[in-house]
Write a protein that binds this ligand. Structure first.
Ligand code: M6R
Length: 609
């Protein structure tokens, strides 16, 4: 999501910046821009669209400036446009900044800066950055950036360039990656290694809270105002691997990005006192909410599985009937919806043909439509009445991972928002759920850090079989569906998901000695029932792997092996239980030498019926 490049050295900056940005294209973007100091003046070029559009704009003018910053933007605050593209500048046009992340308190800062006389020209959160630097600038760019960061809430990697400082670039980071590249008489900032690897293999990874200053002589890094010594790492990957950040496939990279994706999706949406959710973009009133008689969730594939989690969560907390439909079914079954129905459309791409058609049908029937989508300005985002964006960043692997997990967050936030208006969730319950939601990014990281080896080993069991089973009850069943889809779509191992209580109505006939069965057991209220089903499976000598919370003292007695996940509320368990299932599918596919990122017959965005 978004790419940053900064350069200071002996060569013209523009080609270096463009080349670096091209290497970051895999991150996804919808506009691009560069700023350089040329002939003592800060010169800006920006364009909506791909990098060739920006190159077209620059074409014919050779910039000789040897210092500059560049950016590819993946729209979050404000649609993709020339004007919303980075770099953004201050009132004088002499200070420019590029930024990745989300400035949560930008509206507050903007209001303050406007009172101080600053004039804004874009819809972005980023534009507050150059104006803040302008506000604090008294000849020392480092000091001004330091004061700027003290004002910010949210996440950022930012690089600032100022006309009055033609030999200095200053960068800061918090919760967003940024590296320094150390070349021979030239220095770089970049959001990822591929941008610099053709110039240097020596890098420094900046940590949260650090501010780095690049001059023509070298790099100095500060933490809390004090200079710090940093280790210089030498990159040994080849350039192709570098695009995947050193990971062998985009899918595993995206699985590992999930803690960050969760953090970004939650960013600014939980009230500081945990009293409620803040969906700024969402202007439904209590009166609107009280009109709804039912909820209809419509989506395809993985997004549909997120919708099933939504049904369980919403019916429990809102006490409203919730239907979940596959979009291609919904659109042809003349659904019973009207102006008293809230239709929730879920789509990563925002362009899936059936889902878009379902949205249009819902609008024809006067339903109120909320979209949960990952792509700003997509057709679904544009046509819905309200949008909750998931800030997963671009998902490149066909198999959806970080999009799913952030869709779940979108659903929980929407449910809490509606529940508060309807009065069906008590304030202390809202606060408790939000406290647990807030912990999810760190817990997701814990899952990634602790279960990797175990799942890699387990995948060797699953990869050998032609048929495998995923079972669970309630929310566990919803996640079982997603786990089985992951396994089959990328490893081509047949996997079926069953509501655990349903097995004996037919499928138990397929349970034979050693067949792998993954049993999810996180739902307290049906735990004993699930254990009974596991016993039925074990009686047929299947190999059962349980997924349960760390504190569960019973599960190991009934299964062959347990995958333990950190404790959370059963309601939120899907966010954590799906991660081992994604990893299991990934490793099974990798061990079977499958084309993990582009499985046969499948496309990332299904824009045909
Ligand atoms: O872009 P969408 O979320 O609308 O896509 C819907 C499905 O095609 C998608 O979720 C698909 O099932 C996944 N890529 C599978 O991992």
């Amino acid at each position: 999501m978004c790419g940053i490049v900064g350069y200071i050295g002996k060569n013209p900056a523009v080609p270096v910046l463009l080349n670096g940005l091209k290497k970051l294209e895999y991150r996804g973007y919808d506009s691009a821009g560069v700023a350089v100091i040329d002939g003592g003046k800060l010169v800006l070029n920006r364009s909506v669209g791909k990098l060739h559009m920006l190159e077209g704009k620059i074409n014919g003018y050779v910039h000789n400036g040897t210092i500059g910053i560049g950016h590819t933007r993946w729209a979050t605050h404000g649609r993709p446009s020339d004007n919303n593209s980075h770099p953004h500048t201050d009132c004088t046009g002499k200070i420019a900044a590029v930024h990745n992340g989300i400035i949560e308190n930008y509206l507050e800062l903007k209001e303050w800066l406007e009172k101080e006389g600053h004039v804004f020209s874009s819809e972005t959160d980023t534009e507050v950055l150059p104006h803040l630097v302008e506000q604090f600038y008294q000849g020392d760019l480092f000091e001004a950036v330091k004061q700027m960061t003290a004002k910010l809430r949210g996440s950022y990697a930012t690089v600032v360039l100022a006309e009055d400082n033609p030999d200095t670039l200053v960068a800061a980071r918090k919760d967003n990656p940024l590296i320094v590249g150390i070349g021979d008489g030239e220095y770089f900032f970049a959001s990822d290694i591929p941008a610099v690897i053709s110039y240097t293999r020596k890098i420094i990874v900046l940590e949260d809270g650090e501010i780095a200053v690049l001059t023509r002589e070298g790099v100095t890094i500060y933490q809390d105002g004090r200079q710090v010594e940093k280790e210089i790492q030498t990159i040994t990957w080849d350039t192709k691997a570098a695009e995947k950040g050193g990971y062998p496939h985009f899918m595993i990279k995206e699985i590992c990005e999930q803690p960050r994706a969760l953090r970004d999706t939650l960013s600014g949406r939980i009230a500081p006192d945990y009293s409620g959710v803040d969906l700024k973009e969402f202007n439904l009133t209590t009166e609107d909410v009280k009109k709804f008689r039912k909820v209809a969730i419509v989506a395809c594939g993985t997004a549909y599985h997120a919708g099933i989690v939504g049904k369980y969560a919403m019916e429990k907390m809102l006490r409203l009937p919730v239907e979940v439909d596959i979009a291609s079914e919904f659109r042809y079954r003349d659904p019973l919806i009207d102006s008293d129905t809230l239709v929730v459309i879920i789509s990563q791409s925002g362009e899936t043909a059936d889902t878009l058609a379902a949205l249009r049908l819902a609008k024809e029937k006067d339903a109120r439509v909320v979209a949960i989508t990952n792509v700003v300005g997509s057709s679904i985002a544009r046509e819905a009445d309200h949008v909750i964006y998931t800030w997963a960043g671009p998902e490149i692997a066909v198999a959806s991972t970080k999009a799913y997990i952030t869709q779940l967050i979108g659903i929980y936030l929407l449910t809490l928002f509606l529940g508060k208006h309807l009065g069906t969730i008590k304030p202390d319950e809202v606060s408790q759920i939000l406290h647990y939601i807030y912990r999810l990014p760190n817990q997701a990281q814990e899952v990634l850090d602790t279960l990797n080896e175990q799942l890699d080993r387990m995948a060797t069991v699953f990869k050998k079989w032609e048929d495998t089973f995923f079972v669970g009850r309630g929310l566990d069943y919803a996640v079982a569906m997603e786990g089985s889809l992951k396994l089959k779509e990328i490893s081509y191992v047949h996997a079926e998901a069953y509501a655990a209580g349903e097995l004996k109505h037919g499928t138990l006939a397929l349970i034979v000695k050693d067949v792998p069965v993954l049993a999810l057991c996180t739902q307290d209220d049906v735990f004993e029932k699930t254990v009974s089903n596991i016993k039925e499976i074990k009686a047929r000598e299947a190999h059962v792997i349980g997924v349960a919370f760390q504190g569960n003292k019973e599960i190991h007695k009934v299964v062959d092996e347990v995958v333990y996940i950190p404790e959370t509320l059963p309601l939120l368990a899907p966010v954590l239980t799906v991660i081992p299932l994604q990893m299991l599918a990934y490793y099974a596919a990798a061990h079977r030498n499958c084309d993990v990122d582009q499985p046969r017959n499948l496309a990332k965005s299904v824009t045909v019926e």
